[in-house]
Write a protein that binds this ligand. Structure first.
Ligand code: HEM
Length: 488
């Protein structure tokens, strides 16, 4: 029986009948209210705790369940059981999001979009916690809290601040690639259905013979790319702040299931030493000519959650969710994220967040973890099984067959300045700029000018100078557009 078809009478959380849900218990018809109105106290106390912390970034989002189907044989690269046969299917959950806005923010804002995919594989949950852009603003996780403060509200005015935002970005020249994408015509997707997704970082595949390859993940929309202009977005937000949520929910309800094809770029392990771009630098892409896209499968979303809070709000993705055959890379940003997401989940949802159904590894053949106790342990807590290993029963041994091949790392421990290693910030944003038509370049100039307006003159000049390093025409175009609207 669906929950909404349940017409049984009302009870308290403890299961006792509720006699009156309209009138508080008072001393006389005009009050005051008595402290012994147990139902009133329970109802208010629960309501007082309904809100949980919103995600520090990506607070506004939409989610849906679906199916991933393997369409191509990639077993020469990975031993992940998910990929061991063409035709394999796997339940998935996807959460799309905007980044800077709070939980109640409008959807159609100029911003990156989050694109987080969970695969409930037979070997546990695998999460690709990506974005709709293949790069990011910087290369060191120490800068992430600063980015958050730059794009969120000013501590005094409580307003978003062009100066906080652009003062930060322009002082990090490696941000130009990401900034160029966000200011381009792709900076406001029409909906979550009309954009690609990227794992962005370099990850690794390990095959059954223990051979490692570096990989990038690409989800390519089968709905086609569609975007909104600043003007279109302004009008849309004026009458619908939830346009992405509505679009995704309605499409799935009417059976128009959105889908994405998953591709990988694959780099032999040893190429990382000599590739002309640092392959673990999140501000750069790998050329598709050097490493072409290889199809892997198709992701289709076909089921809306019955309850938004239960699944979309409570889902806790983490790039640390990997399974045998799919693993990490030395990317410093990825390494920082491996800590941050589990930590955020323990704060936002609690230490036992793995038990929440959307987070439970529901596709896994077995879940035999020795973790015990903690707040909200509701699954029986492994019953009478002693939480000890090794033990005389030989219970729950580790699985050395899944150990990753060793990888040499080394060198001197220090706080290395990546700028000394690579100061090539401008080549790829320049290539991106030159790949645009004249009309697309003009859109980039105008979007940039509107977004940066309000920042200090020195900030705007710095941005113009950074753009000019990428391409003189880029700098010139941004300068003219800024002058035309009084941003410079
Ligand atoms: C959300 C940290 C970089 C994609 C979050 C959250 C944190 C965080 C704390 C909230 C998590 C939660 O409460 O459940 C960081 C740090 C980064 C980083 C420390 C860099 C060092 C990135 C990058 C990407 C990304 C590079 C994409 C390639 C996402 C997505 C979400 C998210 C998609 C929302 C997940 C969801 O839908 O629940 N990030 N992030 N982040 N981040 Fe990051």
């Amino acid at each position: 029986m669906a929950a909404e078809d349940n017409l049984d009478p009302l009870t308290t959380a403890a299961g006792a009948p509720v006699a009156d849900n309209q009138n508080s218990l008072t001393a006389g018809p005009r009050g005051p209210v008595l402290l012994q109105d147990l139902w009133l106290l329970e109802k208010l106390a629960h309501f007082d705790r309904e809100v949980i912390p919103e995600r520090r970034m990506h607070a506004k989002g939409s989610g849906a369940f679906g199916t991933f189907t393997v369409t191509n044989d990639v077993t020469r690269y990975t031993m992940a059981e998910l990929f061991n046969s063409v035709g394999n299917t796997c339940e998935t959950f996807v959460r799309f999001s905007t980044v800077a806005g709070e939980r109640g923010a409008a959807d159609a804002e100029r911003d990156i979009r989050g694109f987080a995919v969970r695969f409930y594989t037979p070997q546990g949950n695998w999460d690709v916690v990506g974005n709709n852009t293949p790069v990011f603003f910087f290369r060191d996780p120490l800068k992430f809290p600063d980015l958050n403060h730059a794009v969120k509200r000013d501590p005094r005015t409580n307003l978003r601040s062009a100066e906080n935002n652009w003062g930060f970005w322009t002082n990090l020249p490696e941000a130009l690639h990401q900034v160029t994408i966000v200011m381009s015509e792709r900076g406001i997707p029409r909906s979550y259905r009309h954009m690609h997704g990227f794992g962005s970082h370099t990850f690794s595949f390990v095959n059954a013979a223990g051979v490692r390859h570096w990989v990038k993940f690409h989800f390519r929309t089968q709905q086609g790319i569609q975007n909104l202009t600043d003007d279109e977005a302004g009008v849309l937000i004026g009458h619908d702040r939830e346009s992405h949520q509505r679009d995704l929910f309605d499409a799935i309800e009417r059976g128009d299931f959105p889908s994405w094809k998953l591709f990988v770029q694959v780099m032999p392990e040893s190429d990382a030493e000599s590739y002309r771009f640092h392959p673990f630098d999140l501000t750069k892409v790998w050329s598709k000519k050097d490493y072409p896209l290889i199809e892997v499968g198709v992701l289709e979303l076909d089921r809306n959650p019955e309850n938004y809070f239960a699944d979309v709000e409570q889902v806790a993705f983490t790039p640390a969710n990997v399974v045998p055959g799919i693993s990490l890379s030395p990317d410093k940003m990825l390494q920082g994220r491996l800590f941050s997401y589990g930590d955020a989940a323990r704060y936002r949802l609690g230490v036992n967040h793995h038990q929440i159904p959307v987070n439970y590894p529901r596709g896994a053949r077995l879940v035999n973890s020795y973790h015990r106790d903690g707040a909200m342990r509701v699954d029986g807590n492994q019953g009478a099984v002693p939480g000890i290993q090794p033990n005389n029963a030989g219970r729950w041994p580790e699985q050395p067959a899944f150990a990753e091949p060793a990888r040499a790392v080394g060198g001197t421990a220090d706080r290395f300045d990546f700028r000394a290693d690579d100061d090539n910030y401008y080549e790829q944003p320049g290539d991106l700029f030159r790949s645009m038509s004249g009309a697309q370049q003009q859109v980039l100039f105008d979007n940039t000018a509107r977004a940066i307006k309000g920042a200090r003159r020195e900030t705007v000049e710095r941005h113009v100078a950074n753009c000019a390093q990428a391409d003189p025409a880029y700098g010139e175009g941004v300068r003219k557009a800024c002058e035309a609207i009084g941003a410079l």
